[in-house]
Design a protein around this ligand. Structure first.
Ligand code: CP
Length: 309
């Protein structure tokens, strides 16, 4: 791949080879040596802890030089566009850029420009409510570590579906791999676009039959309706749609729980369940570093940046 911006067009072979490569890195396999020093920048126009730090760690493990960039102190504040910001980076020798941006599909305008002199590879660190490729691939890695297959697995994606790029990327990948996807949470957040990927069922009907429970963060910053009405009650949400201690007891013995983070404790899940035996929250964050190494390597190879070591 010359850019890694979406999971939509990934083939099953590409997904499987990313999973294998990430596991290879996790198992201590030899990191590739590139023929020249490659440089990378992380451009985060939305807040992040996991994705930004995990990509930074992955870049560092691959021996990339990391050029610092903060939107607040950049010429973006003078009105410079994202394209011109990246064109500048490309001109000064940056090879790869990881970009998180609030605008859905921000990358389409960057990679489809005719006569473009933009020569760097773009990896999507999350676009609005569109895609979150690295999160969904690290989620697959975490599921694979547990079950070693996807075909026939029952996965419930529960919570703030409308605003979730994690839900969109995961439902696309899981469908491709033969898993059965269910959705739950507030019914009004299950909009028609999700129907093609799985059924909506009440949370309590799903608990005993699922293999994987994928909880989503309630994204208050994107819910202008909730803010305006001040109608959101964390306690009421937790009781109706959250993983309470009681619901945890109904999960199958082998079931695992994922959450992309950050977690609203006692909203999506009871605080004491974050590190419970079925929770894979910490494993997801660990796996993220290795999956991001694999993704960076795919773009380095796709652009033939590595050369001969
Ligand atoms: N999962 C995730 O994207 O977390 P951050 O927003 O902290 O990067």
């Amino acid at each position: 791949l010359k850019n890694f911006v979406s999971v939509e067009d990934l083939t099953v072979n590409q997904i499987e080879s990313l999973l294998a490569r990430a596991q290879f890195f996790k198992d201590g396999g030899q990191v590739p040596k590139f023929g020249r020093q490659l440089t990378c920048a992380n451009l985060f126009f939305e807040n992040s802890t996991r994705t930004k730090l995990s990509f930074t760690m992955a870049e560092s493990k691959l021996g990339l030089k990391i050029l610092p960039f903060e939107p607040e102190s950049s010429s973006v504040k003078k009105g410079e566009s994202l394209y011109d910001t990246l064109l500048t980076m490309s001109a000064i020798g940056v090879d790869l850029a990881v970009v998180r941006h609030p605008q859905n599909n921000y990358y389409t305008d960057l990679i489809d420009q005719p006569h473009s002199q933009l020569e760097l590879g773009i990896l999507n660190g999350g676009d609005g409510s569109g895609q979150h490729p690295s999160q969904s691939l690290l989620d697959l890695m975490t599921i694979n570590a547990e079950f070693e297959h996807f075909d026939g697995l029952k996965v419930a994606i529960v919570g703030d579906l409308t605003n979730s790029r994690v839900a969109r990327s995961n439902m696309q990948l899981l469908n491709k791999l033969g898993a059965t996807v269910y959705f739950s949470g507030p019914r009004q957040w299950f909009t028609p676009e999700f129907e093609a990927y799985g059924k909506y069922l009440p949370f309590d009907e799903l608990l005993e039959q699922i293999d994987v429970l994928m909880l989503l963060r309630v994204q208050h910053e994107r819910h202008t309706d909730l803010r305006a009405e001040e109608s959101f009650s964390p306690t009421a949400y937790h009781q109706r749609y959250g993983l309470t201690m009681e619901r945890y007891g109904h999960l199958a013995k082998h079931a695992i729980i994922l959450h992309p983070g950050p977690i609203n404790r006692d909203v999506e899940m009871a605080s004491e369940l974050v590190e419970a035996p079925k929770s894979r929250f910490v494993a997801q964050m660990k796996n993220g570093v290795f999956m991001r190494m694999a993704m960076l390597e795919v773009v380095i190879n796709g652009r033939q940046l590595g050369g001969q070591a």
